[in-house]
Design a binder for this molecule. Structure first.
Ligand code: URP
Ligand code: ZN
Ligand code: ZN
Ligand code: ZN
Length: 484
């Protein structure tokens, strides 16, 4: 059975042109004019784009004494409803736990996924076992990215020596380290001080994590990666200080990538000053929302290419879960949702405002991360041979974002009341229509794990350069006799 997406305009990261797309067996088999298939999807007036890839989600994440409320079923259903066709979650070994045992748990959870998925492995502790298992994770388990938390002291945080060891191991394995960059020691000290002063509301969460603690940690991670001779991917880049560090590193020839979130691009710090405790607590995440100046910096980074990816860090907690932190902001589970809203919000606030082009929209929601994760052009492309993970975006379709009509399992939406124009007419996951004119036709368990090979190009270039410039003993002939 073949399907043809007919009459639309194909928009990729580098081209915009009119053509039909023919699909068979979950793959794109032909692109051109006047194609015929067993089923036809009408894309008149629409843009046919690679489905979104969200490289940063936490589904059913064990965190801060609870689990994030969206699991792989509701999370990937929300993703597809918003035009995202692949998600990458973070496998989180407990301290002392085998990476491979943790991976079994994640494999189990993800069997319910409605769309394709992959995992990053988190390095939450360090030892010989982790060093050894990292090799198996890359070689046998199709995972080429390792996440490091520089924050969450006493829980997920790793120190500089552990990070340097792990980054060096990534360099050997052809893997890419990721960092959550905030200075966890300084955050912990500031949290204690704020609580001692009676500052216990959600606004204190933002006060305890100013832009400078993110800028410092981003710069530190960049320098450590450079010393280890490995590229670096900085997750949830939220402020000018962090962006500046990334920009400077790139100008100096380092391979550093930055990932702003749709939340940081469109919501600001005033959310934490709302008189309603629930309103503010629901928006508690790390890093916190920032000022308009920081937002302008992130938008400029996307337009100029110094920042490459827009993600969500989807980590949804219910109002009841957030209320664990009544009287102590440190206990409010950190995280916000966004999977269903990333593409429409970015289209509305990015493309419709002229801050980015349609092609840049595709680049930052799909193609760039497919290249960084080494799954391009299977994902992130409208090309013959690519997976038919496609969003047919109708630029005239509108809605008002509301928790009442969302797919996510939680009872609110941080974008509640926002008008968006530019929504999927169809979302296809490996050729299967999952979303059709707002109707949900997702299939639990349809999603497959996407294996990712180690990096052939960037790591090779860096290790070649590292080898060329590494310290060498100078061989001398005329050595003077000692004790002259
Ligand atoms: O607040 C956040 N971002 N929660 C999810 C975990 C993380 O730090 O990414
Ligand atoms: Zn294995
Ligand atoms: Zn994080
Ligand atoms: Zn995260």
């Amino acid at each position: 059975m073949t399907t043809v997406i007919k009459g639309g305009t194909i928009v990729t990261a580098d081209l915009t042109y009119k053509a039909d797309v023919k699909i068979d067996g979950g793959k794109i088999i032909e692109i051109g004019p006047n194609l015929v298939g067993d089923t036809t999807l009408d894309a008149t007036g629409c843009y046919v784009m690679p489905g979104g890839i969200d490289p940063h989600v936490h589904l059913e994440m064990p965190f801060m004494g609870t689990y994030s409320a969206d699991d792989f079923e509701s999370g990937t259903r929300a993703a597809l409803a918003g035009g995202t066709t692949m998600v990458v979650d973070f496998c989180l070994p407990e301290p002392g736990q085998s990476l491979l045992d943790a991976l079994k748990r994640w494999d189990n959870k993800a069997t319910r996924a409605n769309c394709d998925y992959s995992f990053h492995m988190s390095v939450t502790w360090w030892g010989e076992q982790v060093f050894n298992e990292m090799k198996a994770v890359v070689a046998h388990h199709g995972i080429n990215t390792f996440k490091h938390f520089m924050a969450y002291k006493g829980a997920l945080m790793v120190n500089d020596d552990e990070m340097f060891a792990s980054f060096s191991r990534c360099a050997e394995l052809g893997a890419l380290p990721l960092v959550h960059a905030e200075n966890g020691d300084v955050v912990a000290a500031m949290q204690t001080k704020l609580m001692d002063e009676g500052n216990n509301g959600p606004e204190a969460h933002a006060y305890s994590r100013p832009a400078s603690v993110e800028g410092e940690a981003t710069n530190r991670a960049i320098i450590i990666a450079d010393m280890a001779g490995v590229p670096l991917y900085v997750v949830h880049t939220s402020c000018e200080q962090a962006h500046e560090a990334i920009r400077r590193a790139r100008q100096n020839g380092m391979r550093v990538y930055g990932e702003p979130l749709i939340q940081h691009l469109t919501l600001d710090e005033s959310e934490y000053f709302n008189k309603d405790w629930d309103h503010s607590a629901r928006r508690v995440m790390s890093p916190p929302f920032r000022s308009k100046q920081h937002q302008d910096s992130l938008w400029a980074g996307l337009a100029s290419g110094s920042l490459q990816v827009v993600a969500t860090d989807h980590c949804a907690f219910t109002t009841d879960q957030k209320r664990t932190g009544l009287g102590d902001f440190r206990k409010i589970p950190n995280g916000t949702g966004g999977l269903e809203d990333r593409l429409p919000m970015l289209w509305m606030h990015g493309v419709a405002t002229g801050r980015i082009t349609m092609n840049e929209f595709v680049a930052v929601t799909s193609t760039n991360i497919a290249k960084i994760l080494n799954i391009y052009p299977r994902k992130g492309a409208i090309l013959v041979g690519a997976d038919a993970d496609i969003v047919v975006l109708d630029p005239n379709r509108s809605k008002t974002i509301s928790a009442k009509s969302q797919q996510s399992a939680i009872d609110y939406n941080v974008f509640e009341g926002k008008e968006v124009t530019g929504l999927p007419r169809y979302t296809l996951t490996r050729g299967v229509v999952a979303i059709e004119d707002g109707a949900i036709r997702t299939q639990e368990g349809h999603g497959q794990f996407v294996k990712r090979e180690p990096y052939p190009a960037v790591n090779k270039a860096l290790s070649t350069w590292k080898e060329l410039t590494s310290p060498r003993k100078v061989e001398r002939s005329g050595i003077p006799a000692s004790g002259v």
